[in-house]
Write a protein that binds this ligand. Structure first.
Ligand SMILES: Nc1nc2c(c(=O)[nH]1)N[C@@H](CN(C=O)c1ccc(C(=O)N[C@@H](CCC(=O)O)C(=O)O)cc1)CN2
Length: 297
């Protein structure tokens, strides 16, 4: 029987623990604060930011949401980040990605105070993950680690294939999987758009993490029997539904579940974990900045 890994349930448990930690901080006079900044009119980005703000409310985090006109200058965004860096009630800052083309995303990420960088995208925090001394693990890959742990999938000594090399998921995911630490110790291959014979690589894997942003590109015949499949893709594809689209992952679920021992669905798999780990990082940021230890799980 294939296990369908329920991301909503695992994320709820993590959020309950994080909420307890937020309460402990509040008892010490520290209310964790998260600022989300949206400079886009993309529907999916708007959805994600409002999900993040709703999660703040439910977790005991003070959410501050700021929107900038997508045509505003890059300098306007950088100035906004400076203001949030200087605001002591804001412990975490998140600029929703992607930003418009005329804005240099690297400059944006480098402008965020590394102590408030709850996405874990600042080069200092990326470097710390690579060095095995993470301050903030990026939310999606950290969520994948937590999913695997909750589903009793041991990564140690396993062959893992990460499909996709994005800064948000693919690269940090591979970095976490190779760490000499729990949730790591996997022999890890990163595949991407120039990989020759992708199916040969995925078929040799015990764990496949699909994060290429291409709808249903991983099919059952590309997997080995008994593997674990983690689908990071959340793609909106046109469909005859009320919203005009449906969500599909990077994995063709029906054929993949015939082969896999365990698989995450879309929606309800990795997505909710991304939000839960953002709450986790925000509480961690508030704890680090205030010096109040809350013993996050
Ligand atoms: N600054 C950041 N920008 C982006 C990140 C990020 O981690 N930080 N990741 C992605 C998108 N993302 C978070 O922002 C994200 C994507 C999907 C979900 C999610 O819960 N999806 C649900 C379905 C939601 C829907 O109805 O559309 C699911 O999979 O069940 C959460 C967060 C890019 N940008």
């Amino acid at each position: 029987m294939t296990t369908i890994i329920d991301g909503n349930e695992i994320a709820d448990r993590i959020r309950a623990d994080v909420s307890d930690c937020a309460t402990r901080l509040a008892d010490e006079g520290v209310t964790p604060g998260l600022a989300t900044v949206l400079m886009s009119d993309d529907g999916a980005s708007e959805t994600y930011v409002s999900m993040k703000q709703r999660a703040c409310e439910e977790t005991g985090i003070e959410g501050i949401h700021q929107e900038l006109d997508p045509d505003a200058s890059a300098e306007t965004l950088l100035q906004r980040i400076d203001d949030l860096n200087d605001d002591p009630t804001v412990h975490g800052i998140l600029v929703q990605m992607p930003v418009p083309d005329h804005v240099d995303s690297r400059a944006v990420l480098e402008r965020i105070d590394p102590m408030k960088d709850v996405d874990g995208f600042h080069p200092e925090n990326v470097g710390r993950v690579v060095a095995g001394n993470a301050r903030f693990k990026p939310c999606t890959p950290h969520g994948v680690q937590k999913l695997l742990e909750a589903a009793d999938v041991d990564t140690e000594g396993k062959d893992a294939v990460v499909v996709g090399r994005s800064d948000i998921v693919g690269k940090p995911m591979a970095n976490l999987l190779i760490q000499k630490a729990p949730g790591g110790n996997a022999t890890t291959t990163v595949c991407h758009s120039r990989t020759d014979d992708l199916a040969e690589k995925t078929r040799a894997a015990d764990i496949v993490v699909a994060a290429a942003g291409v709808p249903e590109m991983i099919t059952g015949d590309m997997l080995s029997a008994g593997s674990t499949v983690v689908d990071v893709g959340v793609n909106r594809v046109e469909a005859d539904t009320e919203k005009g689209y449906e969500l599909v992952g990077d994995v063709e679920f029906e054929s993949a579940k015939e082969k896999a021992d365990a698989i995450t669905p879309v929606p309800g798999g990795v997505g909710p974990m991304t939000i839960a780990m953002l709450m986790y990082n925000t509480v961690k940021a508030a704890s680090l900045q205030s010096g109040v230890d809350v013993d996050l799980p």
